[in-house]
Ligand binder design. Sequence first.
Ligand SMILES: Nc1ncnc2c1ncn2[C@@H]1O[C@H](COP(=O)(O)OP(=O)(O)OP(=O)(O)O)[C@@H](O)[C@H]1O
Ligand SMILES: [Mg+2]
Length: 224
Amino acid sequence: MISESSKLSLSVTDIHKSYGGTEVLRGISYRFEPSRCYALCGANGAGKSTLLRICALIEKPDAGVVTYSAEEKTLPHDINLKRCMTLLLPSVGVFNTTVFKNAAYGLKVRGKSRAEIDSKTYETLDMVGLKDKACQNALTLSTGETARMGIARALAITPGFLFLDEPTNGIDAKNYEIIKDILLKIKRNLKTTILIATHDTKIKEQICDRVLVLSEGRIADVKA
Ligand SMILES: Nc1ncnc2c1ncn2[C@@H]1O[C@H](COP(=O)(O)OP(=O)(O)OP(=O)(O)O)[C@@H](O)[C@H]1O
Ligand SMILES: [Mg+2]
């Protein structure tokens, strides 16, 4: 078992990925330090979402290695490891039920107790400013609220790694500020490593410790 207090490190080594004969990733190597926040930038089609899926163990690379480790030990790519991470896509999948049940989903599939589901779900809904909408049907939330609910669902499981794919797409200024504050709060708790695929300059500058620029299938630049 990986304990909630373990700090996970992630290294990717010489990752290659092609689709239909086109090589999208051509040898990506990087070590992500625990508890840091990274932005992944690059033009449309540069391979940001592909790299996020590979890091989140949702897709396998054609070549190269994804290594997760805790306390210097390499971890197998098993269900315990996969349960320590979450990938939040640009359009949040919404179930036709309450905001509470949507946000509680990750805890429920992990078999958590009723008491833990209740306390963690209300805590994260409070964090994203949706506690008062817990009983509302999630399909009736606004776009910005839906994005925040997705973040609550992702955070409820206290992930070691949080992968966010374009979290501020289609978000207005008010929701942007709320999401920015949530990300800053996650950063402060020092347990979660965050990797954000984004085109948003403010996210890169105001939240991220490092900015990785993908170009022509490689990491072309790393900015502090
Ligand atoms: N499952 C797939 N099958 C075929 N092609 C794919 C698949 N996944 C990604 N691609 C292709 O790989 C390339 C990189 O896609 P990816 O979504 O990773 O780029 P991105 O940097 O996230 O772009 P954007 O900024 O538009 O989100 C694109 O040309 C895309 O069409
Ligand atoms: Mg993408």
